[in-house]
Design a protein around this ligand. Structure first.
Ligand SMILES: Cc1cc2nc3c(=O)[nH]c(=O)nc-3n(C[C@H](O)[C@H](O)[C@H](O)COP(=O)(O)O)c2cc1C
Length: 173
């Protein structure tokens, strides 16, 4: 299969997934600033992080990448547990069909982010910190910890649904 995985990544999670997806499907991975001009791909995958529910630069990248291939899929890295419910919510918020999106658990290192991202996430951490201990959910605790210490939830297992979808789609083409 001729495939291309393009990534835009703030802390490396989407870069890692783009490289693993390209390796699994025998394709190539590229940073979003060095996209090949020539199209003709069977599949183009865009890998980027979820920021406040939105997939980083998706509308712009979709417009650029869709014409390069027969199929377009999105691999989005997020900090929350990538449940089916959360994936459905993110797909809807970003104007994607559920089948076009695969959510993958990413990483967090506040120190490596830019000023505004750090400021927003410090506010999220303070809000959780102010909650009464009894009122905190497991998700709150995980998020608080990830915003306090560098955390890496990336795992190659998260690419499997996308790889399966890509292979099935290619057989049916
Ligand atoms: C400003 C900001 C907002 C974020 N919002 C969310 C969010 O709404 N849901 C979530 O699960 N993760 C959120 N995250 C965490 C990122 O999705 C996570 O760090 C992911 O690994 C980013 O992928 P990347 O490292 O490839 O950019 C946010 C991160 C930043 C910096």
């Amino acid at each position: 299969m001729k495939m291309l995985a393009v990534y835009k990544s703030k802390s490396g999670a989407s870069m890692y997934y783009a490289e693993e997806i390209a390796r699994a499907l025998g394709g190539e991975s590229r940073h979003y600033r060095s996209i090949p001009r020539e199209g003709g791909y069977d599949l183009v995958v865009y890998a980027a992080g979820v920021n406040a529910g939105k997939i980083d630069s998706l509308p712009r990248m979709r417009a650029v990448l869709s014409p390069l291939g027969k199929r377009f899929l999105v691999a989005a890295s997020c900090l929350k547990e990538p449940t089916e419910e959360y994936a459905a919510e993110i797909a809807e918020k970003n104007g994607l069909k559920p089948g076009e999106l695969t959510l993958m658990r990413g990483r967090m290192n506040l120190a490596r982010l830019g000023f505004f991202d750090r400021m927003i996430l410090r506010m999220v951490r303070s809000k959780i910190g102010r909650k009464a201990e009894k009122a905190k959910t497991q998700e709150d605790r995980e998020l608080f910890n990830a915003l306090s210490f560098p955390t890496n939830f990336t795992d190659v297992k998260y690419i499997l649904p996308l790889v399966k979808k890509a292979r099935e789609g290619n057989e049916n083409a």
